[in-house]
Design a protein around this ligand. Structure first.
Ligand code: BGC
Length: 494
C-alpha cells in the first residue's frame, strides 16, 4: 500500500469514529460512469450523424492534445461485450452511460430515427439488466447534434424544443427498462467552456453572454424533459429524472476575511447554485448572481442585465424538476475576493472571486486542475443537504486521473478513492446526508476532452496503441471490487 497520506487529505473535523468499521447503507448504488463521445468511437458508423465534438476535433487547431479525436476512442460501439466484462469484474450494481443523441437522431430531430442506434442501446440495456446491473442513462453529455448547433445550439430556444422531443423519444423507447435518467450532464461546463471560453465544443467565445444564454436554455430544456416524463411516463414506468450538476467545494483563502467568505459562497453560487437554485428551490437564479451581473452589466453600459430572466410562468415550470440530486465532484479551491475592473464582460469578472489551489494539496498526475481534497466532498454534501432540503443524493462522478503512461499499480490513486469513500461515510453517518450511490469516473481510460488520451481516469487501462483496445484492470479496480463485494471499506490486511 502507499505510504500514509499527507495530513491535508483528512477532514479538519475528523472525529474518533472510524469509517473503516462502518458499512455503506443497504442497497447502496455502486457504479462507474462513462459518456458516449468519450468511449464509443464509431463516429460515423451505421448512419450516426455528426455531433459538435466530431466537428470540434476534426477542425485543425491546437484545441485538443495532439489533435486527437474520439473517432475510435475505446470503440465501445463495437466492443460493448468487453465493457460488460469490466462491469461484471467490478461487481457494479449500477452503470451510468450516455446516449449519443446524433446516433439515435442523426439530425437531432425525431424526423429520422436511426434504428441501428436504437439497437445498440437496446443491446446494452438488456445485457446490463440480464446481469443484474441497473442502468443510469444520461441523455446529453456534451455531444450536441451538429445540425442543431448549426441553428444556434444551446443559444437557441429551438434546441429546447428539440431536446424535449428527443427526451420523450428516449423515455418511450427505453423507459420500460431504464428507471434512472439524467437529462443533461454538467450544464455549467457546457455553458462556461462551450459557449463562453470556447475551449470545448462547440468552441464559441462569447464572454459575458454566451454562458448565461446557453445555461438559460439548458435549464428550460431540462425542465421540459422532466415534465414530459412526469406527465407521460412516470405512472407507467415509475422512474426518476434529474440533472447532473458539478461543483467544487470552496474554502475562503483567508479564514478570517469576511470578504473571502462571501467570495467562496459566490464560487459555489455561480456554479452549483446557478442551476440548483432554480431547479430545486424557486425557479429562479440565485439572488447573488442576479445582483452582481445586473450591477456589472449596468456599469458596462448594457441596457439590461446580461443574465436572462425567467418569466413567472417559466419559474413555476422549472421549480421542483428533479427527483434526486446528481452531483459530480472532483476538487476544492481556496477563494479570494477579487474586485472586478468591470472592463470586459465575462462570467469570471461577474463572480469577483479568484481561485487559488493550496500548494499542500496533492494534484492528480493526469489533470493539473484536479487538487485531491476528499474532505471537500463531505462539506459539499452537507451544503447540499442544508441548502436543498435534504435531497437524496447520488454522487454520479468522482475520480482521479493519471498521466500517460499510467502504471497498473496505481496505489496512490486508490488511496485517494479510499479517503473519499471515508468522507462519504462520514457524510452519511455523522452529517445524516442521504447519499444513495457513488459512481467512479470512469469505467475506462477514454477521450478526456481537450486532454485527449493523455489523461487517464479509467478503472481499466485501455491500450490505445493496440488495435484490439484491450482493457486491463488497474489496482484501483481490484480494490473497488472488494469494497463493492463487502459493501464496506476494507483494511489492507483484510
Ligand atoms: C465530465 C467528464 C470528464 C470528467 C473529468 C466531468 O466534468 O462529466 O466527461 O471526463 O469531468 O474531467
Amino acid at each position: 500500500m502507499a505510504s500514509a497520506p499527507p495530513v491535508a487529505l483528512t477532514s479538519p473535523d475528523y472525529c474518533n469514529w472510524n469509517p473503516e468499521d462502518a458499512s455503506f447503507p443497504e442497497q447502496f448504488a455502486w457504479g462507474a460512469s462513462t459518456a458516449a463521445y468519450q468511449i464509443e468511437g464509431g463516429w460515423n458508423a451505421d448512419g450516426k450523424g455528426p455531433s459538435t465534438w466530431d466537428t470540434f476535433t476534426h477542425q485543425a487547431g491546437d484545441r485538443v492534445f495532439e489533435n486527437q479525436t474520439g473517432d475510435v476512442a475505446c470503440s465501445s460501439y463495437t466492443l460493448w461485450e468487453e465493457d460488460l466484462k469490466c462491469i461484471k469484474q467490478l461487481g457494479l450494481t449500477h452503470y451510468r452511460f450516455s446516449l449519443s443523441w446524433s446516433r439515435l437522431l442523426p439530425d437531432g430531430t425525431t424526423g429520422f430515427i436511426n434504428q441501428k442506434g436504437v439497437d445498440y442501446y437496446d443491446k446494452m440495456i438488456d445485457s446490463l439488466l440480464a446481469n443484474g446491473v441497473t442502468p443510469m442513462v444520461t441523455l446529453y453529455h456534451f455531444d450536441l447534434p451538429q445540425s442543431l448547433e448549426d441553428r444556434g445550439g444551446w443559444r437557441s430556444s429551438a434546441t429546447v424544443e428539440a431536446f424535449e422531443a428527443y427526451a420523450q423519444f428516449c423515455f418511450r423507447t427505453f423507459g420500460d427498462r431504464v428507471k434512472l435518467w439524467i437529462t443533461i450532464n454538467e450544464p455549467y461546463v457546457v455553458a462556461e467552456l462551450g459557449y463562453e471560453k470556447g475551449t470545448m465544443a462547440p468552441g464559441v467565445k462569447a464572454p459575458g453572454t454566451g454562458a448565461y444564454l446557453s445555461a438559460h436554455n439548458m435549464i428550460k430544456a431540462h425542465a421540459s424533459a422532466w415534465h414530459a416524463y412526469d406527465k407521460l411516463f412516470r405512472k407507467q414506468h415509475g422512474g426518476l429524472v434529474s440533472i447532473a450538476l458539478n461543483s467544487d467545494w470552496a474554502e475562503p483563502f483567508h479564514p478570517n476575511s469576511p470578504a473571502d467568505h462571501e467570495a467562496a459562497k459566490r464560487h459555489i453560487g455561480f456554479c452549483l447554485d446557478w442551476f440548483a437554485t432554480p431547479i430545486f428551490l424557486n425557479g429562479d437564479y440565485p439572488a447573488i448572481m442576479k445582483s452582481k451581473i445586473s450591477a456589472m452589466s449596468k456599469k458596462q453600459g448594457y441596457s439590461s442585465s446580461r443574465l436572462p430572466e425567467f418569466t413567472e410562468e417559466e419559474k413555476m415550470t422549472i421549480k421542483g424538476t428533479a427527483d434526486f440530486f446528481s452531483l459530480n465532484y472532483y476538487t476544492t479551491r481556496k477563494i479570494k475576493n477579487q474586485d472586478s475592473s468591470c472592463s470586459q464582460p465575462s462570467t469570471t469578472e461577474d463572480k469577483e472571486a479568484e481561485e487559488v489551489t493550496d500548494p499542500s494539496w496533492p494534484v492528480a498526475t493526469g489533470s493539473s486542475w484536479l487538487a485531491v481534497v476528499p474532505w471537500g466532498l463531505r462539506h459539499l454534501l452537507k451544503y447540499i443537504k442544508d441548502t436543498y432540503n435534504h435531497p437524496i443524493i447520488y454522487i454520479t462522478e468522482n475520480g482521479f486521473s493519471q498521466s500517460d503512461p499510467a502504471p497498473l499499480d496505481d496505489s496512490q490513486r486508490w488511496e485517494y478513492f479510499r479517503l473519499t469513500l471515508q468522507e462519504i461515510l462520514k457524510a452519511i453517518y455523522i452529517d445524516s446526508v442521504q447519499v444513495r450511490g457513488y459512481f467512479v469516473w470512469s469505467l475506462l481510460d477514454n477521450f478526456e476532452w481537450s486532454c485527449g488520451y493523455s489523461s487517464r481516469f479509467g478503472l481499466f487501462h485501455v491500450d490505445f496503441e493496440n488495435a484490439a483496445l484491450p482493457r486491463v484492470p488497474y489496482r484501483s479496480a481490484i480494490e473497488y471490487a472488494r469494497v463493492i463485494a463487502n459493501n464496506k471499506l476494507m483494511n489492507s490486511h483484510e
